[in-house]
Design a protein around this ligand. Structure first.
Ligand code: ZN
Ligand code: ZN
Length: 174
């Protein structure tokens, strides 16, 4: 078998890696190991992943390093850079609640329904909503509502602690 990237054949006992995006088998010279540095990495990973759309709903608990082939590594880095730029430009994203009675923006390009991940803090859900809007190239998001759910965790004393988690949902005006 040969490395998908440099095409050299794998020698006996040489280490093989599998790209987490395209599943190519690559050699140790070609592999890039990316360590999770910020939650934005999870989001870039999710956008890029073929299974997902930009809802940030499957944001993985990314532990340790992920392996990328050179092509996927470059594309991942691109997504990450783009998100980083969006993150620095969130101020002009306008949010309109579902209860808002005034004039709301419309677009001939239509809208796109998006949902965020569930967060303990409602502000985090709102933040993601803005980030997705910006990423999709929109400036406004309408019909925004927050969905509630309950999560729990074990306390040190062996009991269970319940708390509310929040998801933001809305329609990005493109
Ligand atoms: Zn190689
Ligand atoms: Zn790949």
């Amino acid at each position: 078998m040969n490395c998908k990237s440099c095409n050299k054949s794998f020698l006996l006992l040489s280490r093989e890696y599998k790209c987490c995006m395209c599943n190519s088998i690559i050699c140790s010279n070609c592999v890039s190991k990316i360590k999770r540095e910020s939650p934005l990495y999870d989001k870039a990973y999710e956008i890029f992943s073929p299974l997902s759309i930009v809802n940030f709903q499957n944001t993985s608990k990314w532990n340790g390093s992920l392996f990328f082939c050179p092509t996927c590594r470059a594309r991942f880095q691109q997504e990450y850079q783009m998100l980083l730029e969006c993150e620095n430009n969130l101020d002009n994203v306008r949010i309109f609640s579902i209860n808002y009675k005034g004039k709301i923006p419309k677009s001939t390009l239509g809208g796109r329904i998006v949902k965020t991940n569930f967060y303990k803090n409602r502000c985090d859900a709102e933040y993601d909503l803005k980030l997705i809007t910006k990423y999709l190239g929109g400036t406004s998001i309408i019909n925004v509502k927050y969905n509630k759910d309950t999560d729990s965790r074990q306390t040190d004393s062996g009991g269970e602690y319940y708390y509310t988690i929040w998801q933001a949902e809305g329609e990005v005006i493109l």
